[in-house]
Each structure stands twice: as C-alpha cells, then as structure tokens.
Design a protein around this ligand. Structure first.
Ligand SMILES: [Zn+2]
Ligand SMILES: [Zn+2]
Length: 370
C-alpha cells in the first residue's frame, strides 16, 4: 500500500468564513491577491522574493493585518492550490485569469459569483500541484472525486474523509464502490498520522466556512445554493475522467470539454474559410490539399475548458484561429509557447480585449509568464 494521500497546501486555509464576511483570514487572502495584481502590472509577474519582502508591510498598511511569521512563506499557498495564483518555474507569481475575475467580482461584492468561481477552481485543482510538492506522483482531481461522491450519496460521514477519501489515488480504489454505490466499499485505512488531518481540517473546513459544503453534526452535504452548479459540473463526468495527467485533461479538446459544451464544427469551417486556409503563424506554412484547400485546423484561442469562466460562448468564430497542424500541436504541447502566443494575441487582440482578456490573461491561460 502506498503512502500517498491528499495533501493540504501551505500552512492554513485561504478562507475561514463565507466570502463577503471580512474575517481576518479572508481579507488577508484578498490582500495577497491585490498585492500580486498591483505589483505585477509592469512585468506581468512579481518575484517571489519581492513578495516575501513586502507582503507583510502591505497587509499591515492596507488590511490592518498583524505581522505574522508564516505570512510571507506560506500564506499564498492555498491561493496557489486553488489556482488563483500562478507560479512559474522561476518563482514568479502572477494572478491567473480566474484569480483576476475572482478579485474583480469580490470588489464588486458579487459574492455568490465568487463562490462559483472558487468551485470552478476546485474542479480544476489537480495533484500534482505547485502548492503541494509532496504528491508529485498522483494524477488526480481530488475535488471532482469528493463532489461526485457527494452527488451520488447526498451526504457523507466526516469520518469517511479522514479514513477513506484522502487515500483514493487511482481508479482501482473506487472499483468496488462503483458496482455497489456503497460508501463502505471504499477501503478504510487506519491512520494515526496527523498529516491526514490537514486535508480535513484546512481544506474541508474551509469549504464548510465558505458555504460550499454544509456540515450537520457528523454529516457533510453540498450547500443548497451550490448544488445545481456542482451538478452541472459533474453530470457528464465519469470517475474514469478524474484520473489522468493534467496535460491530457487540460488540453485534450475532444475529451472533457466536449462532454461539457457541445461543439459546433461548422464554426471551425467558417473560421478556416475566413482565414482562407492560411496558418495564422506564418502564411508560408503549406501542408497538403484537402477538399481542394490547404489543410489547416481550427484552434480555440481561449480553450473550451475555460468556458465556465466566461458568460459568453467560447464556441464562436472570433475565438477560432486557423493553424497548420504543426503550429496547432505547438500551441498545445510546446514548453515555450510565448512566440506563438505573441502572434496570436496580436491578431486577435480586438476580440480578446473586447471581452476583457488582456495579454497577461492569455499567457496565464496557457501557463506562460509574460
Ligand atoms: Zn487546439
Ligand atoms: Zn503554422
């Protein structure tokens, strides 16, 4: 049996009360997000060392925060875990597009919307995760499993989380349950280690504080206001889909996103016609004739998995760029996508800006720093 378990990030929760209640911890998290937004304006990111050197003073000055030793090293990690902050390999911090939207909605006091954005982030949260370096070998989406089990069972015992849930690491671990739909068929582990407690005490408790989950005595349920949204996120997702590599999950346009949003291939044809079947990166990228035209592919510049963050459809002609197969693979799979994104941003700037997407947002969607 492996020693792997679901890990909690950093050294605490991101939120210790419902969003909209200005508890110390909540306002501190908002302060961290605001700091990164403010100081990343010029370069597109803040160096982690700059963050560490200045965050305490910033929170003291702007958020009445008492100096706290773990603030600089740990406190942003739950936000990293939820994907509101992005940290690249050079330890540069920036807000993700979702972090930006969350902050904007928070400042507009659109708190219900904030909870939904956070839910969407939980849905995206995968292990391995930047904020939890010890679970490198896991390939799973912990919250999808949690929410799917909650949808199946309407309530679960808190003991179940401590003794069973945090040890689900592969599809096999769910097999018996899937035939019986009986929670008791998910293996229970006798654990004495306090480290298992952290997922429960930090993450789960935080979800209860945020009114995403609801606790009644020893039972956990989905909060009524969030139920429909969670149901919408998971209605077409199978347990099988929750295991796999992050890259596959994110960029396999034909897999999960297809299940969530019905794709209209006519739109892709329309875009290719608009672009006269010429690759947006370089007009000299000729391939071969297909149907009498230079063979190209349509790519959703804002990927479909981002749909939940936008209140307009992403499956529109304006969001499709025409690429040769090589450039298309590159935009999905290259380590360094900066050059290609520069060109695509330039070409689609009007469209992107009209929907509030700036260059830094586009780069952060593709996990690139500016
Ligand atoms: Zn594509
Ligand atoms: Zn090309």
């Amino acid at each position: 049996m492996s020693d792997i378990f679901w890990q909690a990030p950093g050294n605490g929760k991101a939120f210790d009360s419902f969003i909209g209640d200005n508890s110390k911890m909540n306002s501190r998290s908002i302060g961290v997000l605001s700091f990164i937004k403010e100081f990343s304006k010029e370069q597109g990111y803040v160096k982690e060392s700059f963050f560490r050197a200045n965050i305490k003073k910033y929170l003291e000055d702007n958020y009445n925060e008492m100096p706290n030793d773990s603030l600089d090293t740990h406190f942003y990690k739950p936000l990293l875990f939820y994907g509101f902050i992005y940290r690249d390999k050079n330890y540069n911090l920036s807000l993700s597009i979702e972090g930006n939207i969350f902050l904007k909605k928070y400042k507009n006091k659109d708190f219900l919307e904030c909870r939904k954005i956070l839910l969407n982030q939980l849905d995206n949260t995968a292990y391995p995760n930047n904020a939890t370096p010890n679970v490198k070998s896991l390939n799973l989406y912990p919250f999808r499993i949690l929410f799917k089990i909650l949808l199946d069972n309407s309530e679960i015992n808190t003991k179940f989380i401590k003794s069973s849930l945090v040890r689900i690491v592969n599809f096999e671990d769910l097999r018996d349950y899937l035939t019986s739909k009986n929670l008791n068929d998910i293996k229970e582990y006798k654990v004495d280690s306090s480290k298992y407690e952290k997922f429960n005490t930090w993450v789960i408790n935080s979800l209860v504080d945020l009114k995403i989950l609801k606790r009644e005595k020893e039972k956990l349920k989905i909060d009524e206001e969030m139920y429909e949204h969670i149901q919408y996120l998971y209605k077409n997702i199978d347990y099988e889909d929750m295991f796999g590599t992050q890259n596959e999950q994110y960029f396999n346009e034909t897999n999960i996103s297809k299940k969530r949003t019905k794709r209209d291939y006519k739109i892709i044809d329309e875009a290719k016609k608009r672009d006269k079947f010429i690759c947006a990166i370089n007009e000299k990228h000729n391939t071969f004739l297909s149907g009498g035209n230079n063979y190209t592919e349509g790519h959703h510049l804002i990927p479909m998995f981002q749909q939940k963050n936008f209140d307009f459809s992403l499956d529109i002609v304006e969001n499709i760029t025409t690429l040769c197969p090589n450039c298309h693979r590159e935009v999905h799979f290259a380590d360094d996508k900066k050059e290609i994104l520069d060109i695509l941003y330039e070409k689609q700037q009007d469209f992107l800006n009209s929907y509030g997407v700036q260059k830094i947002d586009l780069f952060s969607i593709y996990k690139q720093s500016l």
